[in-house]
Design a protein around this ligand. Structure first.
Ligand SMILES: NC(=O)c1ccc[n+]([C@@H]2O[C@H](COP(=O)([O-])OP(=O)(O)OC[C@H]3O[C@@H](n4cnc5c(N)ncnc54)[C@H](OP(=O)(O)O)[C@@H]3O)[C@@H](O)[C@H]2O)c1
Length: 349
């Protein structure tokens, strides 16, 4: 199969680097066009980018020219990891010009006609792009993935919502510094410290969880029927967001029923064998001190939500801990899986 050429908007950033790395050996897509701000445009990628991944920069990317974020010469499919101060307008400009924009940025996630997707959870919401194209009169489209904190939470909630119904959710996060981009949080702020505020994060988690677990009817998404409250904290971890979650359910369930629902969880990406899909989207650990980002963040290539410490909660009903990779499952890997779902549904033909 001839690979589909793809572009990356924001290719020099933390998430952009993940895209470049994850696309190096992708069986369907090939990165042929990189773009970033005018600080980087006109330079070689190796000069423009402060490469911060442990994997080496792919040789093919080193000499690629970085372009300005303007449609025209870009491939039909573009991934976006642009800073949110500019993503909103640039992504619209690309969709208007006929590009398929698969975005990580928060700007359009809550637009009523933009799909916000986790392919294992709500692949049917992709059909919203028909409404989007009709309403906006453009040939292109914008499809988004959730915030890096929302994704681990909602992957852990989805099987429980399906089997038992969710009533209340309380989540406290301990979020990695790579979630703030590069150069990110100043050392003096985060060293030997916990920062109990990440601007806009709690609101994003609460809103996005409702959209992801909502139902699509007649081109509209109704909110999920549960209450959710998030506390978000930044901690001195490199990669991987850890979340302590308490829940109550609408119907009766035993702890073993929750564990079985998580262990059995498989969905469309697994059935179709999409290239970036983890075999096991949820991994349940039994050790009393797991999951930990240090050991569990790269499970299934960084695409799994790892759950552990499931136990009764005296305030709500149950509580547990989950870890997921913020720049893979929470960003570049999430967008790649979205594009793979779109390809398998014929949206990229
Ligand atoms: N980090 C995560 O874990 C994570 C997870 C999920 C979602 N996200 C979202 O993904 C996006 C990127 O995050 P990040 O962590 O990769 O941020 P980052 O490291 O700060 O990278 C930002 C990117 O945007 C580009 N950019 C900045 N200003 C621009 C402008 N005026 N015009 C064109 N390009 C511009 C930068 O290019 P230059 O290098 O040329 O400045 C860089 O490529 C954000 O919207 C973020 O909220 C991040």
């Amino acid at each position: 199969m001839k690979k589909i050429e793809v572009g990356i908007l924001g290719a020099t950033g933390m998430v952009g680097q993940r895209f470049v790395s994850m696309l190096e050996h992708h069986p369907w897509f090939e990165a042929t066009w990189l773009a970033a701000s005018d600080r980087s445009a006109g330079k070689k990628y190796s000069e423009a980018c402060s490469w911060r991944l442990r994997e080496p920069m792919p040789a093919a990317a080193r000499d690629m020219m970085v372009y300005e974020c303007k449609p025209g010469k870009a491939p039909m499919l573009v991934f976006s990891s642009l800073d949110s101060s500019v993503a909103g307008e640039i992504e619209k400009e690309f969709a208007r010009a006929g590009h398929v924009v698969v975005s990580n940025s928060s700007n359009h996630r809550m637009d009523p006609d933009v799909p916000l997707l986790i392919p294992e959870v709500n692949p049917d919401h992709l059909a919203l792009v028909r409404t989007q194209r009709k309403q906006r009169g453009w040939k292109g489209m914008i499809v988004t993935n959730p915030n890096c904190t929302t994704v681990g939470l909602v992957m852990s909630l989805a099987p429980l919502e399906r089997a038992f119904g969710l009533e209340k959710v309380l989540m406290t996060s301990m979020q990695a510094v790579s979630g703030a981009g590069y150069p990110g949080v100043p050392t003096l702020d985060v060293l030997a410290n916990v920062i109990p505020h990440i601007s806009g994060e709690e609101e994003k988690v609460e809103r996005e969880a409702h959209k992801l677990l909502g139902k699509l009817n007649d081109g509209q998404i109704s909110k999920g029927d549960f209450i959710v409250s998030a506390h978000c904290n930044r901690v001195l971890v490199e990669d991987g967001h850890t979340e302590s979650v308490s829940i109550s359910l609408k119907t009766r369930a035993a702890l073993e029923d929750l564990i079985e629902a998580w262990r059995k969880f498989r969905a469309l990406p697994q059935e179709r064998g999409l290239p970036t899909a983890p075999k096991h989207p949820i991994i349940v650990r039994e050790e009393r001190d797991r999951p930990q980002p240090k050991f569990d963040v790269n499970a299934e290539g960084g695409m799994a939500a790892v759950i552990g410490r499931a136990r009764p909660c005296p305030v709500l009903q149950f509580k547990y801990t989950t870890v997921s990779h913020n720049t893979i499952r929470g960003a570049a890997g999430a967008a790649l899986l979205n594009a793979e779902l779109m390809k398998s549904e014929g949206y990229l033909d």
